[in-house]
Design a protein around this ligand. Sequence first.
Ligand code: KG4
Ligand code: ZN
Length: 336
Amino acid sequence: MEKDHYILGIDTSCDDTSAAVVVNGTSIIANVVSNQNDIHKKYGGIVPEIASRKHLEMIWPVVDEALIMSGVNISEISAIAVCHGPGLIGSLLIGVCFAKSLAFIHRIPLLAVNHLEGHIFSGFLEPVIPDFPFIALVVSGGHTSIYRVNEPGDYKELGRTIDDAAGEAFDKVAKLLALGYPGGPFIDALSKKGNPGLIPFPRPYMNKGLDFSFSGLKTAVLSYLKKEPTSKKEDIAASFQSAVIDVLVRKTIIAAKKEKAESILLAGGVASNTLLRNQMQEFAKKEKIRTFLLSPELCTDNAAMIASAGFYHYQRKNFADLDLNPQSCMPLSGKK
Ligand code: KG4
Ligand code: ZN
């Protein structure tokens, strides 16, 4: 029988400090996430300097907790997979420096994982996985891109946002409506009580290929609020959400049809949005395309997805050196 491989994953790319232990790239035995929402909510967005200081405080306890929960001793870890970008540079630095130190002290191989590749690998941690090639919509607070996934490690970016990410638009509109942070879940919940057809917010870039643009939509909400200050928040939230989701769904389906892909995977924080999940399933079904949804804890940032992608690099002996440095900008395309 083949020996099991335990990968320790670490992600500190944004405002979540996370560590996980995953067996053979598919089974999670520990996935610890310490989020900083309570700290950043008073600013209505992430303050990078505060985020990196908090990572520094939390990285040891979080890694320790993941190892204890997994019941695996550090000496049994086959490799340490760390996210080295894209993300906030000060945040990434904490995870990368910590992973390098741990790898050096315990003489464990190091693996460098792109955060976006990690989001796609979240799909391999669920019991049923999509057939290749599939289309992945990675939609979060920092990213909005459509990929054709040919096989693990082989990606083609088909479209991306030219300005704000969809999650960023949710967070900014929630701030305008004084709903709370992060805004996505608040808008999702409030929209259920509103009329999505009441305000005809623009569907930006709808007929312009597979790229997205969301910053104008946020401005449209602001202008509407100035003009109609007494309008119901529920209707604004529902109408805004419907505009964002319309564009995301339409373009993802177009991409799947163009690439003759039979499956769509939704990944990233916004992939837990109720309307996105329902509409993607409904429209994809009409085109005989299967939609793969992740459990909410695998949509948002987590280190299990980094460990899962890391296992793929481990199998290919694609190890990182101890002079690994993080990078804030790191597009995902081509063969890894
Ligand atoms: O993937 P993630 O945890 O971090 C990044 O890599 O950015 O995504 C966080 C983003 C936030 O913008 C948050 O508002 C959004 O995901 N989000 C949602 C929902 N849950 C989280 N957006 C819309 N609807 C939701 N239910
Ligand atoms: Zn992310």
